[in-house]
Every structure is written in structure tokens, then in C-alpha cells.
Design a protein around this ligand. Sequence first.
Ligand SMILES: Cn1cc(CCO)c2c3c(c(-c4ccccc4Cl)cc21)C(=O)NC3=O
Length: 287
Amino acid sequence: AFMLSRYESEFLEIECIGVGEFGAVYKCVKRLDGCLYAIKRSRRPLAGSANEQLALKEVYAHAVLGHHPHVVRYYSAWAEDDHMIIQNEYCDGGSLSDAIVKREVKGELFTEAELKDLLLQVSMGLKYIHSSGLVHLDIKPSNIFICHRLSTIEGESEEEDDGSPSARVIYKIGDLGHVTSSSSPQVEEGDTRFLASEVLHENYSYLPKADIFALGLTVLLAAGASPLPLNGDQWHSLREGRLPKLPQELSPPFRCLLQLLLDPDPTKRPSARELCKHTVLREKRTE
Ligand SMILES: Cn1cc(CCO)c2c3c(c(-c4ccccc4Cl)cc21)C(=O)NC3=O
């Protein structure tokens, strides 16, 4: 088109970092500030369609949620030449799903300390989302993004003993496309592999606990559990409160906590707020 779109005039496209039925995500540099951004371009949904509702929910959620260290930051969104465009913070470490695959390929597992760090950080992000009266409804490894922060840049004190900056992994909750109000929900179910059974049965009274359930399965996958079933007996047995077999022995307190996250009774699952204060996640590493 003769008229340069805002996307083309404001950004330099570096590479495509994701493609789905929704559209595509690009790693871009904003010409003005020289910073990297993740930009999702999707076909503009039909006016009045369910997809338009989803697209609008995502932007509303970002607008309401403002800034939090464990939620991917939103910068802008606009529509042009039949596309919806959302400009988010670029997380340089890939998704948790990528990180899990990388470990498996190398035959390495996330250590219990790393699993606790993951659970604590994502719980902080969920606590923020839930305290804003919202629920995510699509928590899963591919929607959790990783930022590698060199601690010295952040001005944190911690350094390796040889004085080199110690890399810290920061987990951020992304993809707010299923976010809805926890009090007056219009539930658009997320990935069924992570769906709590009460939500499948359209019981929407404990939606924040559905995020907690999905977080429990997410941590299990990082612990090395085999890929989750989409349906059938295995799907139901994962929702009877028994942990699947794991390729590593976890400490009893941590195993119990994970079991609680997956409790069939949503009221038995800890809230994000309770997880943030949980001693199992708070204690400094013992070994
Ligand atoms: C596929 N994919 C890969 C990445 C980079 C991870 O290192 C990524 C990002 C996002 C998103 C994203 C998700 C949902 C909605 C909008 C965006 Cl930009 C998708 C991403 C996002 O919001 N921020 C990202 O870094």
C-alpha cells in the first residue's frame, strides 16, 4: 500500500518468533527508542464476533493490569489495514515451554529449587492479576515467558563469588487473550490439557483456583511429567488429586504442595496470595 502502516513506519521487523491460528508474533525494534518489542499481528476479527470479544478482552486486561514484574508488559495496540496489532514487552528468554524442551533434549531436569522459584514467581503474577479482580484462564508453559536479567544491570547486589554478574531468570505471565472478570465471568475456556474439571462442568464460582490448578500442571511439566492428555481416562485421573509419575524424587513438603494445587476441590487449593507466603517456597535453599 502506498501509505506506510504505523507498524512499518514505527518498527523494524527482526524476525518472526511465533505463528498460530491467531496470526504471527514478531521481534521488532522500535525506530524511535531502539528498544525490542514483541508484536502480535492478527487478522482483524469480524466485527461483533467472538474473536473480536477475545481481542478486546486482551487489550482491556492489559490496560487494567498496568505494570507488574511477573506479567508481560503492554505498550500499545491499534488496528490498521484489516489487522489487529498489540505491542508488548519482548522477553529475551523464550517461553517456559521452550525451556522445558531444551532441558529434555539435554537430559537435564529442573531442580526442586528451580521449580520452587518458578512456582513462587508465577504465583506473584497471579496474585496481582487476581487482586485486580481478573483471572487468566490460560496458564500453561507456552504462555509463561522468560527474561534473563543480568543482576548487575538491575543494580541487585548478588554476584557470583568471582564478581561476575549472576544471571537471574524472571518468569512473566503472558497472553491475556482469555482474561475475564472473576466476578462476572464470560469464560472462554483455555487449553483443555490445563483445564480444571469444575470449569469444564461450568462451575465458575472459583475461577482464580482454576488458574492455580493450571499452574500446578505447569510446574509438573517443568518437573519432567510426560505431556498432558487432552481428554479421556488419563485426563480424569489427573483430576482425582494424584500426582503423575515424575522422573525425579521431590521432597515430601513440595510434593504435598503440588498435590494441593491439583486438588479436585477448588476450595482446598491454596490461593496465589497464600502461595506467595508459603514456607515451602520461602525458605532459602537448604542444601
Ligand atoms: C511466540 N512468542 C515468543 C515470544 C518471545 C519469547 O522469548 C513472545 C512474546 C509475547 C507473545 C505474545 C503472546 C500473546 C499475545 C501477544 C504476544 Cl506479543 C508471544 C511470543 C509477548 O507478549 N512477549 C514476548 O516476548
